[in-house]
Design a protein around this ligand. Structure first.
Ligand code: C5P
Length: 226
């Protein structure tokens, strides 16, 4: 299996980066945040409280991956609910198999996969081919997120965005199960001073050697089979 694990805090740019890396290598891409967002949103939509563990676990077990394209998952309500259900070990466990299967057998016969999230390099794919931890100062992340919301025509107040990101960082980093920390063997990419293009080129420079080596090994083992 060839996997690029891309972890980092909210609005660090890891979503854009992982999509571009996936496209570059023709790999499949899984935004694992969407799984937690879908669980959180499912609880809220049925009138439940995302802090209610039984409701969250039911939603995680009933999760239908074909619904991950729902645009509502991008909203801040889904994000806030996600970071609550994501703190529950049973919810995380219920979502593990889907993520590992995606990494091991990427859809549509892709030769590899890029998974982005918080615990890909530490918990889901500890043997990933390459691990990147993407980060940026919280003020810079808040600025980017605020601009993105305004560009989408949504109302946004910078101070509220900053408070929301600080809250989520705190919840994600301090939880007992799978907290947001770089894997020991992760390469850290700080994008505070980089634009999207520079961040992509730097990410590529960091992961390319390991990925190319794994792809060559895959080619050789396929040649031996024929
Ligand atoms: O990445 P995104 O902002 O979509 O993630 C939403 C929330 O889901 C995060 O704040 C985090 O609490 C949770 N999450 C997680 N583990 C992942 C991906 C997301 O705990 N692998």
């Amino acid at each position: 299996m060839i996997v690029i694990a891309l972890d980092g805090p909210a609005a660090s740019g890891k979503g854009t980066l992982s999509k571009r890396l996936a496209r570059h290598f023709s790999f499949a891409h899984l935004d694992t945040g969407k799984l937690y967002r879908a669980v959180g949103l499912a609880v809220v939509r049925t009138g439940g409280d995302p802090e209610d563990e039984a409701a969250a676990l039911d939603a995680a077990q009933a999760l239908d991956p074909t619904t991950l394209g729902d645009p509502a998952l991008a909203g801040d309500d889904a994000a806030a609910a996600a970071s609550k259900v994501a703190a529950m070990p049973a919810v995380r466990a219920a979502l593990t198999a889907f993520q590992r299967t995606f990494a091991e057998v990427p859809p549509e016969g892709a030769p590899g996969a890029v998974l982005d999230g918080r615990d890909i390099g530490t918990v889901i794919c500890p043997d990933a081919t390459a691990k990147l931890f993407v980060t940026a100062d919280v003020e810079e992340r808040a600025k980017r997120r605020h601009r993105e919301l305004l560009d989408r025509g949504e109302a946004s107040i910078y101070a509220a965005v900053l408070a929301d990101l600080t809250d989520r960082d705190q919840r994600d980093s301090s939880r007992a199960t799978a907290p947001l920390v770089p894997a020991e063997d992760a390469m850290v990419l700080d994008t505070t001073e980089l634009d999207a293009e520079q961040a992509f080129l730097e990410a590529l420079r960091l992961v390319e050697p390991a990925v190319q080596e794994a792809l060559s090994a895959l080619d050789e083992s396929e040649d031996e089979m024929f």
